[in-house]
Design a protein. Structure first.
Length: 681
């Protein structure tokens, strides 16, 4: 297997190369003005290890795979075009009014409990860019009022004249019968041909989401339209860079469902959180290969902290109606909790005099103060350097040399504002950052009925292993797992991720209508759609069924194969309902709301124990001083990729190739045959 994977983060670009049993990892700073420059630099580091030219490597690999946070960052920073929306007459207020609970979507639990003080999100589409057209289709798909084509031309002209740079069409009941949405597109292309300079993209909501619900279908299409141009130009630039250096195959992009697809089969909405999702795929692979059991995966990079669960039974936790930023959407996505807490998160004093950390990040340019690239604000990385957890002697990943004096100046100025000395301020920054991450872990475990003490903590990302022990201590987790490739683990996840496409449809079947024939027909049609989108007619299928007792407002997602009988569906649903809510009701009528089918080709299964580069010569026994809870201690220092069987006792610092692991006094462990470090409290 010869394969390249690249995870483009807000601070670093991570590269992982699989080359006939060798596994090479590399990093470079992300070049936001031109992402291909950071990619080329990271790949050149890997090619130097292989002693091969970049063009030669790109000419031989079977695939190049990407993950990026570009779409996530563009949405957070509101860097998108003006989006115009066409809706059915009478539904002009659906989008701005959202839903009854729309005010609280995307807020934390504290804010949700005080909705009177809650703030609505800034709209992606202002009221002035919403137009309606005369048409109506009922809930069965029957056309009640034909589309007024002249009305469509008027609406489109007004939106273009008002400055719309992307158009979304969301007509009532288009999922049941999309004839009018397709007609709007036909009229638009006749008036504004796609080949003309300045052509405006148009997205049809029924093609993005097959789920009923006008509001959530509209928000899905609007977010997709808002990110379309940003993702298209950035990923096209990356693909062109590959072409110029000898790579002729399709570029693959990971979706937030956990699967890969070609660029021309990818919607912008599907790339949100793609990097952290790749980390979940890698965590699942490592957990299975090393027999880790239940794992909570924590990815801390330069900008964000992402958490996902990997149960031992292999059933991933999905959100079928996730909230992205402040918007409810209907794209299936692996469940994650994300917050702005990374190595570059900036520490600051709030108006009340309290120390705060994040969510604003120093990013890659200028980066933390200690990077010596012009940053002047204190960050988590600066604090870790001052406490002795990071070393100024060795460069960080990407060739970044750390400057302790710059860190002292930045943290010292904040400490003076807070009335703290230098070390106390640095420790405070770390404690506050850890508290934010611990709370996020409670959200994904304790608040969902999961006991974190039954899980191992798998820490990765460039900064994740530095904070793992403090987080585990607080949650009662007794095992920490740190992969040798922890600094580029999301890139490893791209290597192992399957190619996959999803198709979904709202069906609303109950009683006699919920029959074997109806189930087979629905799954067969959706399976054909998913295979067609993937371009693989023989891809394997999996199916998820959203069910509820008739009259309930929420559904449970049940995985039950591609050919279950109604009775098998009911049994699986009632088992899950009883476990979740404590009861089952055999006399209650069951309703099947939505069916989702995924077509997938199995991913690679690299044997990391075969990596001939996993161990490097140990340097002479080294020590340095580091601060733990106000006490300065001599700590063991281990550098390089450690050989299998190496023992580690805290206090220690392990400087891995692309990350650093902090081992407090209460922890000890060893290196297993995959190069993974396992620590026990």
């Amino acid at each position: 297997m010869k394969r390249i994977s690249v995870d483009i983060g807000g601070t670093f670009t991570d590269c992982f190369v699989a080359w006939d049993g060798r596994y090479i990892q590399a990093k470079a700073l992300t070049t936001h003005h031109n992402l291909s420059q950071g990619f080329n630099e990271a790949l050149d580091h890997a090619c130097a290890t292989l002693d091969l030219p970049r063009d030669g490597v790109l000419g031989e690999v079977d695939s190049v795979r990407y993950a990026t946070t570009l779409g996530t960052n563009a949405l957070i920073e509101r860097r998108g075009p003006q989006v115009g929306v066409v809706v059915t007459a009478g539904f002009e207020a659906t989008i701005p009014l959202s839903r009854g609970r729309g005010y609280g979507e995307g807020l934390d639990e504290l804010a949700k409990n005080d909705m009177s003080s809650g703030t609505r999100p800034d709209p992606l589409v202002p009221q002035t860019l919403i137009r309606s057209v005369s048409e109506r289709v009922d809930f069965r798909g029957t056309v009640l009022l034909e589309l007024d084509r002249q009305d469509v031309r008027r609406a489109l002209t007004e939106l273009v004249d008002a400055g719309a740079e992307a158009l979304v069409v969301c007509l009532t009941n288009a999922v049941e019968n999309p004839v009018h949405e397709l007609a709007v597109q036909e009229i638009f292309l006749s008036e504004y041909p796609a080949h003309q300079l300045g052509a405006i993209p148009m997205l049809l909501s029924h093609q993005l989401s097959g789920r009923k619900g006008e509001y959530v279908r509209a928000t899905s299409a609007i977010v997709d339209g808002y990110l379309h141009a940003t993702m298209y130009h950035a990923l096209s630039e990356l693909e062109q860079n590959l072409r110029e250096h000898g790579y002729a195959r399709p570029m693959l992009v990971i979706h937030n469902s956990g699967g890969m697809a070609q660029l021309n089969s990818t919607d912008a909405l599907q790339t949100i959180h793609s990097g952290p999702v790749a980390g979940i795929s890698a965590s699942e692979h490592l957990a299975g290969q090393a027999g880790l059991g239940n794992v909570v995966a924590t990815d801390m990079g330069g900008t964000s902290f992402d958490i996902g669960l990997v149960p031992a039974d292999g059933v991933k936790h999905y959100d079928f109606m996730p909230v992205i930023d402040r918007w409810l959407v209907s794209v299936p996505m692996i469940h994650l909790v994300t917050l702005g807490a990374g190595g570059g998160s900036i520490a600051w004093r709030d108006p009340g005099g309290a120390l705060r950390v994040g969510p604003r990040s120093a990013g890659a340019d200028p980066g933390p103060a200690c990077y010596g690239r012009g940053g002047i604000e204190p960050t988590v990385t600066d604090a870790n350097l001052l406490l002795g957890y990071l070393s100024a002697e060795n460069e960080l990943a990407g060739g970044v040399a750390l400057d302790p004096r710059a860190a002292e100046t930045a943290v010292g100025e904040l400490g003076a504002e807070l009335g703290l000395d230098l070390i106390a301020c640095a420790e405070g920054i770390i404690r506050v950052a850890n508290a934010e991450m611990i709370q996020a872990l409670r959200v994904i475990t304790v608040e969902r009925g999961v006991d974190p003490r039954r899980y191992a903590l798998l820490a990765f990302g460039g900064a994740g292993p530095l904070h793992a022990a403090a987080i585990a201590d607080e949650l009662g987790i007794r095992t920490i797992v740190c992969p040798r490739a922890s600094g580029v683990l999301a890139a490893l996840g791209l290597i192992v991720a399957p190619r996959r496409r999803d198709a979904q449809r709202t069906v609303l079947l109950s009683g006699e209508a919920l029959s074997d024939e109806a189930l087979r027909e629905t799954v067969s049609e959706l399976g054909d759609d998913a295979r067609r989108a993937l371009g693989e007619p023989d891809a394997g299928l999996t199916a998820v069924y959203e069910l509820r007792y008739r009259g309930q407002a929420f559904e449970l997602a049940i995985t039950a194969g591609v050919g279950p009988s109604p009775s098998e569906l009911r049994e699986a649903f009632e088992d899950e309902h009883e476990e979740r809510y404590g009861y089952r009701d055999p006399a209650q009528e069951l309703e099947l709301v939505t069916v989702r089918v995924a077509a997938a080709l199995a991913g690679a299964e690299p044997d990391l124990t075969a990596d001939d580069n996993q161990s490097s010569p140990r340097e002479a026994e080294l020590t340095r001083q580091a601060t733990f809870r106000g006490e300065t201690l001599d700590v063991q220092l281990l550098r390089g990729a450690l050989a299998s069987g190496t023992k580690i006792s805290g206090p220690a610092v392990v400087e891995l190739p692309e990350a650093t692991l902090l081992v407090p006094p209460e922890w000890s462990g060893h290196v297993d045959p995959t190069g993974t470090i396992r620590l026990e409290r």
